[in-house]
Design a protein around this ligand. Structure first.
Ligand SMILES: Cc1cc2nc3c(=O)[nH]c(=O)nc-3n(C[C@H](O)[C@H](O)[C@H](O)COP(=O)(O)OP(=O)(O)OC[C@H]3O[C@@H](n4cnc5c(N)ncnc54)[C@H](O)[C@@H]3O)c2cc1C
Length: 373
């Protein structure tokens, strides 16, 4: 281990301790954020103030150079407390670090400096027409003197209402192109986000009316060595929700007494909990392996992220469904956290790439009928 590596690990340890202190407050706001579809803005600003954003920025871009493994553990822990915080933080870093990487040669430290200064970022990638294939934009931008112009829409943009910068992709002559866009009067938020789960992400529809995509804010194509925080983090969001659902199940089973004995002592509950806990731990171990592969620069991590997301999305839904069964009618009430975990777990499967798209990709790889995603 080099001196720099040792300093990074010390920073990670310090931040992990700080996170343990922050999480109870984040968790205690989660139910209200969900109830009112309220952005957890204070938690996100706190994460920045405590140094989590700077830590996640790669060292060559002026950040702390924290590992994927560290990033993943922070996302999982945040998701157990409030998955809306975890989702927006993942998207924020995905967009910020993505823009800093894509424009490093043309704009220097512009986006890295903005992240370090506390600006907020969002991914405006998904389109009404491209659906899950968010990296293959269908909306063609028209050339103008200073760049291109976009007339169209991006949807489900988590945290967009507080974003200072958007990572936007469009088609130019049929090929994907990436831009940094600072929201102005040409971009309107259409408030569609009255959703079943992950309500605090406020993943709104953005309408673009003649928005200038500045030539000097255009990024290069993503490279294989670029940080992929969204790909790394999505499994962690679902694992955190699975952990929260199992925690709520255990709390209920231990406190609910039926005919004089705790529900936790019924054998069907023991068997089912053993099964789900073992599967959560297996997915966690597999995901951590993929994170370590990413830290080591092993290209196998990309397939690991896909499989970890698929498995984590499923185990989160199945664990939350078990929690509903164990919770009985009292767990079905709005006052119980169990129903929220089930609603949040469902959202993990929808976020790109969805479990269906991933199943198609992985199935084709295994069957040897692989085509481009
Ligand atoms: C909570 C949440 C937060 C999000 N945050 C962001 C964000 O910050 N930025 C952003 O850009 N986007 C975001 N998204 C969008 C998301 O990542 C997807 O791109 C988007 O949800 C896909 O569109 P759709 O849901 O309409 O699904 P569709 O693509 O219309 O899919 C509908 C159904 O068809 C299936 N399907 C689609 N394509 C295929 C295929 N090729 N093969 C097999 N099955 C297929 C899907 O699995 C699904 O079952 C978010 C979504 C959610 C739910």
């Amino acid at each position: 281990m080099t001196v720099t590596d040792a300093l990074v690990r010390d920073d990670e340890r310090h931040l992990r301790d700080r996170l343990d202190e922050l999480l109870p407050a984040f968790a205690s706001d989660a139910a209200e954020n969900d109830e009112h579809a309220r952005l957890p803005e204070a938690a996100l600003r706190r994460l920045h103030a405590e140094g989590f954003d700077a830590a996640a920025l790669p060292q060559h871009l002026g950040g702390g150079g924290a590992s994927y493994s560290f990033f993943g553990e922070v996302v999982r822990a945040l998701a157990e407390a409030d998955p809306a915080v975890a989702t927006i933080w993942t998207m924020h870093l995905g967009a910020a670090v993505g823009l800093a990487q894509l424009t490093a040669d043309s704009l220097g430290s512009y986006y890295a400096d903005a992240l370090l200064a506390g600006d907020r970022f969002a991914n405006a990638l998904s389109e009404p027409t491209s659906g899950n294939r968010f990296l293959n934009p269908q909306q063609e931008a028209s050339p103008v003197e200073d760049g291109h112009v976009l007339d169209g829409a991006k949807r489900f943009v988590s945290g967009s209402e507080i974003a200072d910068h958007l990572l936007v992709n469009v088609a130019i002559d049929g090929a994907p192109a990436f831009f940094g866009v600072e929201p102005d009067a040409t971009i309107t938020v259409i408030p569609i986000w009255d959703s079943l789960g992950l309500r605090g992400t406020r993943s709104q529809l953005l309408s673009f009316h003649g928005t200038l995509l500045r030539a000097d804010r255009r990024g290069a194509a993503p490279g294989p060595d670029h940080r992929n925080y969204v790909g790394a983090g999505l499994a962690g969001i679902s694992l955190g929700i699975a952990d929260a659902a199992l925690g709520a199940l255990v709390a209920h089973a231990r406190s609910r007494v039926i005919a004089g004995r705790p529900l936790a002592e019924q054998q069907w509950v023991e068997y089912a909990v053993a099964d789900h806990h073992s599967r959560i731990e297996a997915v966690r171990a597999y995901w951590r392996q993929a994170l370590r592969q990413a830290d080591a620069g092993d290209p196998a991590h990309a397939g690991g992220f896909d499989r970890a997301k698929l498995l984590a999305n499923r185990v989160a839904v199945e664990t939350a469904q078990l929690a509903v069964r164990v919770g009985g009618a009292s767990g079905y009430l709005r006052t119980s956290p169990i129903q929220r975990h089930l609603r949040d777990a469902e959202a993990g499967q929808l976020m790109a790439y969805s479990t269906e798209v991933l199943s198609g990709v992985i199935g084709k790889q295994v069957l040897g009928t692989e085509t481009a995603r």
